[in-house]
Ligand binder design. Structure first.
Ligand SMILES: [Zn+2]
Length: 352
């Protein structure tokens, strides 16, 4: 994320907080509940170049958030319970679901002890190629290429282009450019090929990130044994489903459910679309998830839950606990629904 974008988001959250506008808007925009998104929960690293830092929060922040949710008398519920409340229209108390994407080992080592201590149910969404050790955490490969080199060159549109990335400022800039470039591809294959080429050129072992960072099946089984934990599907290869043919999207969702069932003995009822923004999951994916019988499926489209979401259960929005904004007052503004209402132009359901 660019510095400017960060500043604008932070500025917006601060304005809503200090103007108390979020308090005035709350009755109209707060909805019936919310789903929180987390990725990594771990102690902060000191490195100055951390382009993926938005994907991680420190353990103490997670604990602060849970204490805050309890103080607000919000019910912390599982996805099954959320589904029950939405479909049976039980909206007496606002609720929050905690979800953690990707199945990093820090979920087990850092998030789980805190969630267990506070008896907070949560869901972990697993791309099955990660515990199978076949996954490509391509955004980390991209980060490693930029972090470890002073200058990189690659083919863009058939032309060799070079980038200086000796300083931290250069590295941040080059990462943003490369990230924007690979995300602009129309297909997932093009993205993967570009990152594979770059990794091969600069001796970054993409496969190593799985082993280093992600839970294996034994660790997942230990976690899944706790009734507080729901294991959800997150495709096999962590693909942006809207960028692959329909048959592939369908089999990615279906296969991940079957692999999890075969490995852990329980068939997941809930799905998270990888990346989850409108370029990765849209109406076609929402329909397929519904046809495959998933009870719910979550996006990363920002928003709280409204009654109307009971008819859009495979297109649910979430609120991300962003590592760049680890302040309780931001969580307060986000859960008030005010920030996401502004973001969504006051549309309650965004499933288009
Ligand atoms: Zn993911």
């Amino acid at each position: 994320m660019t510095g400017l974008k960060k500043t604008i988001i932070r500025g917006g959250l601060e304005t809503l907080y200090f103007s108390a506008a979020h308090m005035l808007m709350r009755p109209f925009v707060a909805g019936v509940g919310a789903i929180l998104t987390l990725h990594h929960v771990r102690p902060p690293r000191l490195d100055r170049f951390q382009p993926n830092r938005l994907l991680e929060v420190r353990p103490s922040f997670l604990e602060d958030v849970i204490r805050y949710l309890r103080r607000c008398r919000l019910d912390l519920v599982s996805l099954d319970e959320m589904h029950r409340r939405l479909t049976q229209r039980q909206f007496g108390r606002r609720f929050v679901c905690i979800t953690i994407d990707d199945g990093y080992r820090d979920t087990l080592n850092w998030a789980y002890p805190i969630l267990k201590k506070h008896q907070a149910p949560f869901c972990v969404y697993i791309p099955t190629s990660f515990p199978d050790r076949l996954g490509e955490l391509w955004w980390l490969a991209l980060e490693a290429v930029v972090a470890r080199n002073k200058r990189i060159s690659l083919l863009i549109d058939g032309e060799e282009q070079s980038f200086d990335c000796a300083t931290i400022t250069d590295k941040r800039h080059v990462y943003d450019q490369l990230y924007g470039w690979v995300r602009s591809f129309k297909t997932e294959d093009e993205l993967r090929n570009a990152v594979r080429d770059l990794s091969a050129r600069y001796q970054v072992d993409i496969a190593a990130f799985c082993e280093e960072l992600c839970m294996n099946w034994d660790e997942l089984a230990a976690l899944a044994a706790d009734p507080l934990v729901t294991i959800g599907a997150h495709t096999v290869n962590h693909v942006m489903l809207a960028k692959v043919p329909e048959a592939v999207a369908r089999s990615e969702m279906q296969m991940s459910r079957s692999v999890i069932e075969a490995s852990l003995g329980r068939r997941p009822d809930h799905l998270s679309y990888p990346v989850g923004d409108p370029t990765s999951a849209g109406p076609r994916e929402f329909r397929i998830a519904d046809e495959l019988g998933f009870k719910t499926a979550v996006t990363t489209r920002p928003g709280v839950l409204f009654r109307a979401h009971r008819t859009h259960l495979t297109a649910l929005p979430r609120i991300s606990l962003n590592g760049e904004h680890q302040q309780l007052r931001y969580v307060r503004v986000l859960l008030s629904g005010a920030a996401t209402a502004v973001w969504n132009g006051f549309r309650r359901v965004n499933a288009a």
